[in-house]
Design a protein around this ligand. Structure first.
Ligand code: GLN
Length: 240
């Protein structure tokens, strides 16, 4: 069987807060199950392969996100990959650029996004910085907590084509409106860093199931579960 191909796009532009770890987590969780994975890190100037099952975008500085979006549009490989049925998971700046449009920093100039998610991002009244805790409804209807930290100066509003990924318990999320992230077909955007897939392996496995069309057998996540409990208790205590 061919390895599952994961492409991390422009880690030098969109790689703050260790978001690259999302790619490592996905590849490792496949390998731990005996499924071979191929992780390719693509930098600006390299062609983005169009034959991956999973693409990843991370967070980034304001100007870097504009450069990344321009290069992704010019390359076209990500679009072709998504047309072939791949999954895209995008964090923070990566999430914002997937939308219809966004602004960066204190600048209100509207920049066109990649048009992969029906969302728009505009300057927020104040920067969202801190721990975030959300409730994600899994495909089977059960709820799962997602922990991470957010640091973004934009507020994102969803159009009719996208639905929220999760509901906010603590933190700002999309726009202080109780929602976090966006899902549209096989494209998922989300604000938390952590990296989010290291802190929340249940979300990593969801992406892997989507991308491979295979159920992911349980792994021993007991050490991660202990850390999760500590973090969740900590952030809930901090709210009081
Ligand atoms: N530049 C974007 C913002 O501040 C994204 C920041 C990030 O990726 N952490 O909203």
């Amino acid at each position: 069987m061919k390895p599952v191909k994961i492409v991390l796009i422009y880690q030098s532009l969109l790689g703050i807060y260790g978001d690259r770890g999302n790619a490592t987590v996905l590849a490792k969780r496949l390998e731990w199950r005996g499924i071979s994975a191929e992780l390719e890190v693509v930098e600006p100037g390299d062609p983005i392969p169009s034959d991956a099952q999973l693409y990843l975008l991370g967070g980034g500085e304001d100007m870097a996100q504009i450069s990344a979006a321009n290069a992704i549009t010019a390359d076209g490989g990500l679009y072709r990959g998504l047309e072939s049925g791949a999954v895209l998971f995008a964090v923070c700046a990566g999430y914002q650029i997937c939308g219809n449009s966004y602004t960066v920093g204190d600048n209100d100039t509207v920049v066109a996004g990649l048009g992969l998610l029906d969302v728009d991002t505009r300057r927020a009244p104040e920067r969202a910085v801190g721990e975030i805790l959300t409730r994600w409804e899994r495909p089977d209807g059960s709820q799962s907590l997602i922990t991470g930290f957010e640091n973004h100066g934009g507020h994102t509003t969803l159009g009719r084509g996208a639905r929220p990924l999760a509901a906010v318990e603590i933190g700002v999320g999309n726009a202080n409106d109780g929602t976090e992230g966006a899902v549209q077909g096989r494209v998922i955007g989300s604000y938390p860093h952590g990296p989010i897939l290291a802190r929340n392996p249940q979300l990593a496995d969801h992406l892997l199931t989507m991308a491979t069309d295979r159920d992911m057998s349980p792994l021993d996540d007991s050490a991660i579960d202990r850390l999760r409990s500590e973090r969740i208790a900590h952030v809930r205590r901090g709210r009081k």
